[in-house]
Each structure stands twice: as structure tokens, then as C-alpha cells.
Design a protein around this ligand. Structure first.
Ligand SMILES: [Zn+2]
Length: 204
């Protein structure tokens, strides 16, 4: 098991058929998530294609997570929180924190590129993130609200890889708005990779 400290990030490699389990230890932590083809960094998980293929503006258990070439990269196989994971809002950036009066603040965008660099990879831009555990209800008029995660400690989401991928996870450093809980304190994510023979264990 890998622990990603609150405010920081890491990358993991998943082979086709392996399962990825992402847990919020406190129930209050958003995980910004990206996926790239292991063989071609120009193929990446695309939120616009996910919304199109699932005919859904959020992600729930059963959703297919597809690339910008519309190939399924991952499938959401289990979600203990049974929630709607946000696909709409941007990963936080240094510019956003400047607007909030916190120049130099860590961001999910910087976390993505730092994690890739540590693994000898790079992407010249920032794809939209899947915002796991991020609670952004959309009203009938299209307006969105940013609420704390509706999760319990230990809630987790499981993904099955349908191709070989690199997944980056950022324990979102946002501590100015309550998106990571009313305490506004980023906390750790737990990340596990399980082979198909272990997968029974994670769905319980
Ligand atoms: Zn963030």
C-alpha cells in the first residue's frame, strides 16, 4: 500500500486487469486523478469523452473512463461512498491560489507534473482531472456548489484497468475552501494495486 500525504501526489503503473483502490483515510480528502497510456503519453483520460460515453456529467460505480481516443482506460468497479464524483471543475492551480490570496500555495496541477517528472514522464499541458470524492452538486439552472466530501473515514473507490496505464493521484492541497472538509485540512490518501486474484478482497 502506498500513502500519499495530504497536499502531495504520486504516480502508479497499472497493467491491464489490475485493480486500483483509492481510499480517503479521513473521509474528507479529494483525489484529483489522471491516467495516461503507459505506451503513449498523448493518450490520456478525457473528462469530456467520459461525460459523452456515459451520458452523465459525474462519475459513479459502473462508469467507463475513456481516453481522448475513446478507448476504455479504466472502469469504476466499486464505490463504497456511492457518490457522484465530480468531472466538471478544474484541478487547482497556482493562479487560483493567487486569486484566493495565497501565492506560492501547492496545487493539484503542479502535483501532476511533479509526479510525472519523478517517474521520468511528462505532459506538456494539464488534462482535466477526475475529482474523486469531490462533491459538486449541479442545480437545475446549471449552477454548481462546492461541498465537503459526503464520505466516511475509509471510503474507497476501485478501478479496473482495461489497458496499461500510468495513474497520477493528487491529495488536493485546497485548504481555503471546504472542498476537503470543513476543517480545511488536507489529509492522506491510501493507494493499493491488486492483481485479479486479489480483487474479491477489495469489493467487500
Ligand atoms: Zn486541488
Amino acid at each position: 500500500m502506498k500513502r500519499i500525504k495530504g497536499r502531495y501526489s504520486d504516480a502508479v503503473t497499472l497493467r491491464r486487469g489490475q485493480d486500483l483502490k483509492v481510499t480517503t483515510e479521513t473521509g474528507n480528502q479529494v483525489a484529483d486523478m489522471w491516467a495516461f497510456s503507459l505506451n503513449d503519453m498523448t493518450e490520456y483520460m478525457s473528462m469530456e469523452h467520459c461525460r459523452s460515453i456515459n451520458s452523465l456529467i459525474h462519475v459513479t460505480a459502473g462508469c467507463s473512463l475513456v481516453s481522448n481516443r475513446r478507448r476504455t482506460m479504466l472502469r469504476v468497479t466499486h464505490d463504497s461512498a456511492e457518490m457522484r464524483h465530480d468531472t466538471l471543475l478544474c484541478p487547482c492551480t497556482s493562479e487560483l491560489y493567487e486569486e484566493l490570496g495565497a501565492p506560492g500555495h501547492r496545487s493539484c496541477t503542479a502535483n501532476l507534473h511533479e509526479a510525472l517528472e519523478r517517474h521520468g514522464l511528462s505532459c506538456p499541458f494539464t488534462p482535466a482531472s477526475l475529482n474523486v470524492f469531490m462533491n459538486v452538486p449541479v442545480a437545475g439552472d446549471g449552477s454548481v456548489t462546492r461541498l465537503p466530501p459526503p464520505c466516511q473515514p475509509g471510503d474507497h473507490v476501485c478501478f479496473t484497468a482495461e489497458m496499461d496505464v500510468v495513474v497520477v493521484l493528487s491529495a488536493c492541497p485546497q485548504d481555503i475552501t471546504p472542498i476537503n472538509g470543513d476543517a480545511r485540512t488536507p489529509t492522506d490518501l491510501l493507494v493499493e494495486i491488486l492483481d485479479p486474484s486479489d480483487s474479491k478482497a477489495i469489493s467487500q
